[in-house]
Design a protein around this ligand. Structure first.
Ligand SMILES: Cc1ncc(COP(=O)(O)O)c(C=O)c1O
Length: 392
Protein backbone atom coordinates (compact mmCIF):
# COMPACT_ATOMS: atom_id res chain seq x y z
CA UNK A 1 0.00 0.00 0.00
CA UNK A 2 1.38 3.41 -1.06
CA UNK A 3 2.28 5.76 1.76
CA UNK A 4 1.89 3.16 4.51
CA UNK A 5 5.53 3.15 5.58
CA UNK A 6 5.68 6.96 5.51
CA UNK A 7 2.56 7.37 7.64
CA UNK A 8 3.65 4.80 10.18
CA UNK A 9 7.20 6.17 10.17
CA UNK A 10 5.93 9.69 10.93
CA UNK A 11 3.78 8.34 13.76
CA UNK A 12 6.64 6.39 15.32
CA UNK A 13 9.02 9.37 14.95
CA UNK A 14 6.46 11.48 16.82
CA UNK A 15 6.40 8.97 19.66
CA UNK A 16 10.17 8.84 19.67
CA UNK A 17 10.48 12.62 19.89
CA UNK A 18 8.01 12.66 22.78
CA UNK A 19 10.09 9.94 24.49
CA UNK A 20 7.09 7.58 24.34
CA UNK A 21 8.12 4.99 21.78
CA UNK A 22 7.76 1.53 23.29
CA UNK A 23 9.74 -1.53 22.22
CA UNK A 24 9.43 -5.19 23.14
CA UNK A 25 12.38 -6.53 25.13
CA UNK A 26 12.95 -10.29 25.12
CA UNK A 27 13.40 -11.82 28.59
CA UNK A 28 14.14 -15.33 29.82
CA UNK A 29 12.27 -16.09 33.05
CA UNK A 30 14.44 -17.64 35.77
CA UNK A 31 13.52 -19.09 39.18
CA UNK A 32 13.33 -17.05 42.42
CA UNK A 33 11.88 -13.90 40.84
CA UNK A 34 14.73 -13.38 38.39
CA UNK A 35 14.89 -12.78 34.64
CA UNK A 36 17.68 -12.70 32.10
CA UNK A 37 17.58 -9.57 29.93
CA UNK A 38 20.23 -8.83 27.32
CA UNK A 39 22.46 -11.53 28.79
CA UNK A 40 22.24 -10.11 32.35
CA UNK A 41 20.41 -11.61 35.32
CA UNK A 42 18.15 -9.09 37.06
CA UNK A 43 15.86 -9.36 40.08
CA UNK A 44 12.42 -8.87 38.56
CA UNK A 45 10.25 -6.42 40.49
CA UNK A 46 7.84 -5.86 37.63
CA UNK A 47 6.08 -9.22 37.31
CA UNK A 48 2.54 -9.85 38.58
CA UNK A 49 3.44 -13.42 39.56
CA UNK A 50 2.87 -12.36 43.18
CA UNK A 51 2.98 -15.85 44.69
CA UNK A 52 5.51 -17.38 42.32
CA UNK A 53 2.88 -19.86 41.13
CA UNK A 54 3.99 -19.71 37.48
CA UNK A 55 6.83 -22.07 38.43
CA UNK A 56 5.22 -23.94 41.31
CA UNK A 57 5.81 -27.70 40.81
CA UNK A 58 2.12 -28.61 41.41
CA UNK A 59 0.96 -26.01 38.90
CA UNK A 60 3.47 -27.09 36.26
CA UNK A 61 2.73 -30.79 36.87
CA UNK A 62 -1.06 -30.46 36.57
CA UNK A 63 -0.68 -28.29 33.49
CA UNK A 64 1.46 -31.02 31.94
CA UNK A 65 -1.03 -33.72 32.98
CA UNK A 66 -4.00 -31.91 31.40
CA UNK A 67 -1.94 -31.28 28.28
CA UNK A 68 -1.17 -34.99 27.99
CA UNK A 69 -4.72 -36.01 28.74
CA UNK A 70 -6.69 -33.51 26.63
CA UNK A 71 -4.23 -32.27 23.99
CA UNK A 72 -2.73 -28.92 23.09
CA UNK A 73 -5.90 -27.05 22.20
CA UNK A 74 -9.63 -27.05 22.96
CA UNK A 75 -10.38 -27.05 19.23
CA UNK A 76 -13.38 -24.72 19.06
CA UNK A 77 -15.31 -22.00 20.80
CA UNK A 78 -17.06 -23.14 23.96
CA UNK A 79 -20.52 -23.06 22.39
CA UNK A 80 -19.28 -25.45 19.69
CA UNK A 81 -17.11 -28.24 21.16
CA UNK A 82 -14.52 -26.27 23.14
CA UNK A 83 -16.28 -26.55 26.50
CA UNK A 84 -14.34 -29.44 28.07
CA UNK A 85 -16.08 -31.39 30.83
CA UNK A 86 -13.05 -30.57 32.99
CA UNK A 87 -13.77 -26.87 32.43
CA UNK A 88 -17.32 -27.27 33.72
CA UNK A 89 -15.93 -28.76 36.96
CA UNK A 90 -13.31 -26.01 37.14
CA UNK A 91 -15.99 -23.32 36.92
CA UNK A 92 -17.91 -24.95 39.77
CA UNK A 93 -14.66 -24.87 41.79
CA UNK A 94 -14.16 -21.14 41.05
CA UNK A 95 -17.75 -20.43 42.15
CA UNK A 96 -17.08 -22.23 45.47
CA UNK A 97 -13.89 -20.21 45.98
CA UNK A 98 -15.67 -16.92 45.23
CA UNK A 99 -18.80 -17.93 47.20
CA UNK A 100 -21.10 -17.31 44.25
CA UNK A 101 -23.71 -19.49 42.61
CA UNK A 102 -21.75 -19.74 39.38
CA UNK A 103 -18.60 -18.76 37.51
CA UNK A 104 -17.55 -18.43 33.90
CA UNK A 105 -14.05 -18.64 32.44
CA UNK A 106 -12.99 -16.23 29.71
CA UNK A 107 -9.83 -16.20 27.65
CA UNK A 108 -8.19 -13.19 29.33
CA UNK A 109 -8.92 -10.34 31.68
CA UNK A 110 -8.88 -7.90 28.80
CA UNK A 111 -11.27 -10.00 26.76
CA UNK A 112 -13.54 -10.41 29.77
CA UNK A 113 -13.91 -6.70 30.59
CA UNK A 114 -14.09 -5.68 26.93
CA UNK A 115 -16.93 -8.08 26.17
CA UNK A 116 -18.84 -8.66 29.42
CA UNK A 117 -19.50 -4.94 30.03
CA UNK A 118 -21.08 -4.32 26.60
CA UNK A 119 -23.26 -7.43 27.11
CA UNK A 120 -24.44 -6.15 30.50
CA UNK A 121 -24.95 -2.55 29.42
CA UNK A 122 -27.24 -3.32 26.52
CA UNK A 123 -30.10 -0.84 26.53
CA UNK A 124 -32.42 -3.44 25.00
CA UNK A 125 -31.94 -5.65 28.07
CA UNK A 126 -33.03 -2.95 30.48
CA UNK A 127 -35.57 -1.01 28.47
CA UNK A 128 -33.67 2.19 29.32
CA UNK A 129 -30.15 3.40 28.80
CA UNK A 130 -27.87 2.34 31.68
CA UNK A 131 -25.83 4.90 33.67
CA UNK A 132 -22.31 3.87 34.61
CA UNK A 133 -20.37 5.34 37.52
CA UNK A 134 -16.70 4.41 37.24
CA UNK A 135 -13.58 5.21 39.25
CA UNK A 136 -11.27 7.59 37.33
CA UNK A 137 -8.33 5.17 37.45
CA UNK A 138 -9.93 1.94 36.20
CA UNK A 139 -7.92 -0.31 33.90
CA UNK A 140 -7.83 0.15 30.10
CA UNK A 141 -9.80 -3.09 29.57
CA UNK A 142 -12.69 -1.72 31.65
CA UNK A 143 -12.57 1.51 29.64
CA UNK A 144 -12.62 -0.53 26.44
CA UNK A 145 -15.74 -2.38 27.60
CA UNK A 146 -17.48 0.84 28.63
CA UNK A 147 -16.50 2.56 25.39
CA UNK A 148 -17.85 -0.32 23.32
CA UNK A 149 -21.11 -0.35 25.28
CA UNK A 150 -21.82 3.29 24.46
CA UNK A 151 -23.48 3.68 27.89
CA UNK A 152 -23.63 7.07 29.65
CA UNK A 153 -20.56 7.34 31.86
CA UNK A 154 -19.79 9.41 34.95
CA UNK A 155 -16.32 9.18 36.45
CA UNK A 156 -15.80 9.68 40.16
CA UNK A 157 -12.55 10.84 41.74
CA UNK A 158 -10.25 7.95 42.45
CA UNK A 159 -11.37 5.95 45.50
CA UNK A 160 -13.68 8.80 46.57
CA UNK A 161 -16.96 7.16 47.59
CA UNK A 162 -18.40 10.53 48.69
CA UNK A 163 -17.90 11.81 45.17
CA UNK A 164 -19.47 8.63 43.79
CA UNK A 165 -22.49 9.12 46.01
CA UNK A 166 -22.79 12.79 45.03
CA UNK A 167 -22.81 11.78 41.34
CA UNK A 168 -25.47 9.13 41.99
CA UNK A 169 -27.52 11.81 43.75
CA UNK A 170 -27.00 14.37 40.98
CA UNK A 171 -28.37 11.94 38.39
CA UNK A 172 -31.09 10.44 40.56
CA UNK A 173 -33.87 11.81 38.34
CA UNK A 174 -32.66 9.93 35.25
CA UNK A 175 -34.24 6.72 34.10
CA UNK A 176 -32.19 3.56 33.64
CA UNK A 177 -30.28 1.03 35.75
CA UNK A 178 -27.18 2.16 37.68
CA UNK A 179 -23.83 0.38 37.42
CA UNK A 180 -20.75 0.98 39.56
CA UNK A 181 -17.48 -0.21 37.99
CA UNK A 182 -14.21 -0.32 39.90
CA UNK A 183 -11.22 -2.41 41.00
CA UNK A 184 -10.55 -3.86 44.44
CA UNK A 185 -6.76 -3.40 44.14
CA UNK A 186 -5.71 -0.71 41.69
CA UNK A 187 -3.14 -1.93 39.23
CA UNK A 188 -0.92 1.16 39.04
CA UNK A 189 -1.32 2.61 42.56
CA UNK A 190 -1.66 -0.55 44.64
CA UNK A 191 -4.37 0.92 46.85
CA UNK A 192 -7.23 -1.18 48.17
CA UNK A 193 -10.93 -0.34 47.87
CA UNK A 194 -13.07 -0.33 51.01
CA UNK A 195 -15.27 -3.13 49.72
CA UNK A 196 -17.75 -3.07 52.63
CA UNK A 197 -18.41 0.67 52.20
CA UNK A 198 -18.66 0.33 48.42
CA UNK A 199 -21.08 -2.61 48.66
CA UNK A 200 -23.25 -0.73 51.17
CA UNK A 201 -23.33 2.30 48.88
CA UNK A 202 -24.24 0.16 45.84
CA UNK A 203 -27.03 -1.47 47.81
CA UNK A 204 -28.36 1.94 49.00
CA UNK A 205 -28.62 3.12 45.42
CA UNK A 206 -29.77 -0.23 44.05
CA UNK A 207 -26.79 -0.18 41.70
CA UNK A 208 -25.22 -3.17 39.95
CA UNK A 209 -21.72 -3.56 41.41
CA UNK A 210 -19.00 -4.75 38.97
CA UNK A 211 -15.58 -5.23 40.57
CA UNK A 212 -12.29 -6.19 38.95
CA UNK A 213 -10.24 -8.37 41.29
CA UNK A 214 -7.30 -8.91 38.91
CA UNK A 215 -4.68 -7.87 41.48
CA UNK A 216 -6.51 -9.15 44.59
CA UNK A 217 -7.03 -12.72 43.40
CA UNK A 218 -4.65 -15.06 45.21
CA UNK A 219 -3.35 -12.21 47.37
CA UNK A 220 -6.10 -10.70 49.52
CA UNK A 221 -9.25 -11.78 51.34
CA UNK A 222 -10.32 -14.95 53.12
CA UNK A 223 -8.41 -17.92 51.67
CA UNK A 224 -6.87 -15.52 49.13
CA UNK A 225 -9.89 -15.32 46.86
CA UNK A 226 -10.15 -11.55 46.80
CA UNK A 227 -12.29 -9.00 48.60
CA UNK A 228 -15.63 -9.63 46.90
CA UNK A 229 -16.75 -12.96 48.45
CA UNK A 230 -19.81 -12.50 50.64
CA UNK A 231 -20.05 -8.77 49.83
CA UNK A 232 -22.98 -8.90 47.44
CA UNK A 233 -21.33 -7.60 44.26
CA UNK A 234 -23.49 -8.68 41.34
CA UNK A 235 -20.35 -9.52 39.37
CA UNK A 236 -16.71 -9.96 40.36
CA UNK A 237 -14.17 -10.66 37.67
CA UNK A 238 -10.55 -11.54 38.18
CA UNK A 239 -7.63 -13.04 36.33
CA UNK A 240 -5.54 -16.17 36.57
CA UNK A 241 -2.68 -14.32 34.87
CA UNK A 242 -1.28 -12.54 37.92
CA UNK A 243 -1.34 -14.00 41.46
CA UNK A 244 -2.43 -17.39 40.11
CA UNK A 245 0.55 -17.59 37.80
CA UNK A 246 -0.90 -18.63 34.43
CA UNK A 247 -3.53 -17.10 32.15
CA UNK A 248 -7.23 -16.44 31.65
CA UNK A 249 -10.03 -14.76 33.58
CA UNK A 250 -13.19 -15.56 35.50
CA UNK A 251 -16.53 -13.96 36.15
CA UNK A 252 -18.17 -14.92 39.48
CA UNK A 253 -21.92 -14.21 39.53
CA UNK A 254 -25.39 -15.75 39.74
CA UNK A 255 -26.29 -18.81 37.65
CA UNK A 256 -28.75 -16.72 35.65
CA UNK A 257 -26.19 -14.03 34.87
CA UNK A 258 -23.70 -16.71 33.79
CA UNK A 259 -26.33 -18.10 31.45
CA UNK A 260 -26.98 -14.65 30.04
CA UNK A 261 -23.26 -14.03 29.41
CA UNK A 262 -22.90 -17.39 27.67
CA UNK A 263 -25.52 -16.09 25.24
CA UNK A 264 -24.27 -12.50 24.96
CA UNK A 265 -20.57 -11.99 25.76
CA UNK A 266 -18.83 -11.82 22.39
CA UNK A 267 -15.46 -12.62 24.00
CA UNK A 268 -16.84 -16.02 24.95
CA UNK A 269 -19.04 -16.72 21.94
CA UNK A 270 -16.55 -15.87 19.20
CA UNK A 271 -13.31 -17.15 20.74
CA UNK A 272 -11.72 -20.57 21.17
CA UNK A 273 -11.85 -21.99 24.69
CA UNK A 274 -8.65 -21.85 26.76
CA UNK A 275 -6.20 -24.68 26.10
CA UNK A 276 -6.13 -27.65 28.54
CA UNK A 277 -2.59 -26.92 29.76
CA UNK A 278 -3.76 -23.49 30.98
CA UNK A 279 -6.91 -24.96 32.54
CA UNK A 280 -4.80 -27.51 34.43
CA UNK A 281 -2.55 -24.74 35.75
CA UNK A 282 -5.62 -22.80 36.94
CA UNK A 283 -7.05 -25.91 38.60
CA UNK A 284 -3.86 -26.53 40.58
CA UNK A 285 -3.46 -22.86 41.55
CA UNK A 286 -7.01 -22.78 42.96
CA UNK A 287 -6.16 -25.77 45.17
CA UNK A 288 -2.93 -24.16 46.35
CA UNK A 289 -4.13 -20.63 47.08
CA UNK A 290 -5.95 -21.32 50.40
CA UNK A 291 -2.75 -22.95 51.71
CA UNK A 292 -0.62 -19.86 51.01
CA UNK A 293 -1.61 -17.76 54.00
CA UNK A 294 2.07 -17.51 55.06
CA UNK A 295 3.05 -16.17 51.62
CA UNK A 296 0.22 -13.63 51.72
CA UNK A 297 1.25 -12.35 55.15
CA UNK A 298 4.84 -12.10 53.99
CA UNK A 299 3.82 -10.19 50.86
CA UNK A 300 1.94 -7.62 52.93
CA UNK A 301 4.88 -7.29 55.28
CA UNK A 302 7.29 -6.79 52.35
CA UNK A 303 4.98 -4.12 50.91
CA UNK A 304 4.97 -2.30 54.24
CA UNK A 305 8.76 -2.47 54.56
CA UNK A 306 9.30 -1.11 51.06
CA UNK A 307 6.82 1.73 51.54
CA UNK A 308 8.23 2.64 54.96
CA UNK A 309 11.77 2.70 53.58
CA UNK A 310 10.85 4.86 50.60
CA UNK A 311 8.65 7.23 52.56
CA UNK A 312 11.35 7.65 55.22
CA UNK A 313 13.61 8.89 52.40
CA UNK A 314 10.97 11.41 51.36
CA UNK A 315 9.87 9.46 48.28
CA UNK A 316 6.28 9.29 47.03
CA UNK A 317 4.60 5.87 47.05
CA UNK A 318 1.08 7.27 46.59
CA UNK A 319 -1.78 5.53 48.38
CA UNK A 320 -0.28 2.01 48.02
CA UNK A 321 -1.41 -0.51 50.64
CA UNK A 322 -0.64 -3.81 48.89
CA UNK A 323 2.05 -5.80 47.08
CA UNK A 324 2.08 -3.11 44.36
CA UNK A 325 4.27 -0.18 45.40
CA UNK A 326 4.71 2.69 42.94
CA UNK A 327 7.61 5.09 43.18
CA UNK A 328 5.97 8.19 41.75
CA UNK A 329 8.56 10.48 40.20
CA UNK A 330 6.29 12.61 38.01
CA UNK A 331 8.57 13.50 35.12
CA UNK A 332 8.74 10.92 32.30
CA UNK A 333 12.40 11.47 31.46
CA UNK A 334 13.53 11.18 35.08
CA UNK A 335 11.42 8.05 35.57
CA UNK A 336 13.10 6.42 32.58
CA UNK A 337 16.51 7.47 33.86
CA UNK A 338 15.87 6.02 37.35
CA UNK A 339 14.64 2.75 35.80
CA UNK A 340 17.86 2.58 33.79
CA UNK A 341 19.96 3.34 36.89
CA UNK A 342 18.14 0.52 38.71
CA UNK A 343 18.91 -1.86 35.89
CA UNK A 344 22.58 -0.92 36.15
CA UNK A 345 22.24 -2.06 39.79
CA UNK A 346 20.71 -5.43 38.85
CA UNK A 347 17.05 -4.51 39.46
CA UNK A 348 14.27 -4.66 36.88
CA UNK A 349 11.63 -2.03 37.60
CA UNK A 350 9.66 -0.87 34.58
CA UNK A 351 8.84 2.82 34.07
CA UNK A 352 5.10 3.41 33.65
CA UNK A 353 4.22 6.58 31.79
CA UNK A 354 1.21 8.28 30.18
CA UNK A 355 -1.14 7.19 28.70
CA UNK A 356 -1.04 4.21 31.10
CA UNK A 357 -1.04 6.67 34.04
CA UNK A 358 -2.19 10.34 34.10
CA UNK A 359 0.32 12.95 32.87
CA UNK A 360 2.71 14.14 35.58
CA UNK A 361 2.46 10.87 37.54
CA UNK A 362 5.09 8.75 35.77
CA UNK A 363 6.35 6.07 38.08
CA UNK A 364 8.22 2.87 38.53
CA UNK A 365 5.70 0.26 39.54
CA UNK A 366 7.30 -2.27 41.86
CA UNK A 367 5.41 -5.55 42.17
CA UNK A 368 6.56 -7.78 45.00
CA UNK A 369 6.49 -11.54 44.99
CA UNK A 370 6.54 -13.98 47.89
CA UNK A 371 9.49 -15.68 46.17
CA UNK A 372 11.67 -12.60 46.67
CA UNK A 373 13.98 -13.01 49.67
CA UNK A 374 14.53 -10.51 52.47
CA UNK A 375 17.96 -9.89 50.93
CA UNK A 376 16.28 -9.08 47.58
CA UNK A 377 14.10 -6.52 49.30
CA UNK A 378 17.09 -4.93 51.09
CA UNK A 379 18.89 -4.79 47.77
CA UNK A 380 15.86 -3.18 46.08
CA UNK A 381 15.53 -0.50 48.72
CA UNK A 382 19.25 0.33 48.66
CA UNK A 383 19.29 0.37 44.84
CA UNK A 384 16.30 2.73 44.67
CA UNK A 385 17.78 5.21 47.13
CA UNK A 386 21.07 5.12 45.27
CA UNK A 387 19.50 5.36 41.79
CA UNK A 388 17.24 8.27 42.77
CA UNK A 389 20.15 10.16 44.27
CA UNK A 390 22.29 9.53 41.18
CA UNK A 391 19.51 10.77 38.86
CA UNK A 392 18.68 14.44 39.54
C1 LIG B 1 -7.15 -4.34 36.70
C2 LIG B 1 -6.89 -5.21 35.52
N1 LIG B 1 -7.92 -5.79 34.88
C3 LIG B 1 -7.74 -6.58 33.82
C4 LIG B 1 -6.49 -6.83 33.31
C5 LIG B 1 -6.32 -7.68 32.10
O1 LIG B 1 -6.00 -8.98 32.46
P1 LIG B 1 -5.19 -9.95 31.47
O2 LIG B 1 -3.76 -9.53 31.56
O3 LIG B 1 -5.46 -11.30 32.01
O4 LIG B 1 -5.74 -9.76 30.10
C6 LIG B 1 -5.37 -6.28 33.95
C7 LIG B 1 -4.00 -6.60 33.47
O5 LIG B 1 -3.21 -5.84 33.09
C8 LIG B 1 -5.57 -5.43 35.07
O6 LIG B 1 -4.53 -4.85 35.67
Amino acid sequence: MKGLDDSIGRFLDGLDQAGRKRVLRPVDPLPAGRVRVGGRELVNFSSNDYLGLSRHPEVVERSRRWLNEYGAGSGASRLVTGHLAAMEALEAKIARCKQTEAALILASGWQCNASVLPALLDKALWGAEPLVFADKLIHASLHAGLELSGARRYRYRHDDLDHLESLLKAHADKEGPRFIVTETVFSMDGDVTDMAALAALASRWDAFLYVDEAHATGVLGANGFGLSPGMGAELAMGTFSKGLGSFGAYVACSARLRHYLINRASGLIYATGLPPAVLGAIDAALDLVPRLEGERTRLQMMGRRLRDGLRAAGLDTGPSASQIVPLILGDEGRTLAVAKALEDRGILGIAIRPPTVPPGTSRIRFALSAVHSDADLDRLLAAILDAVEATP
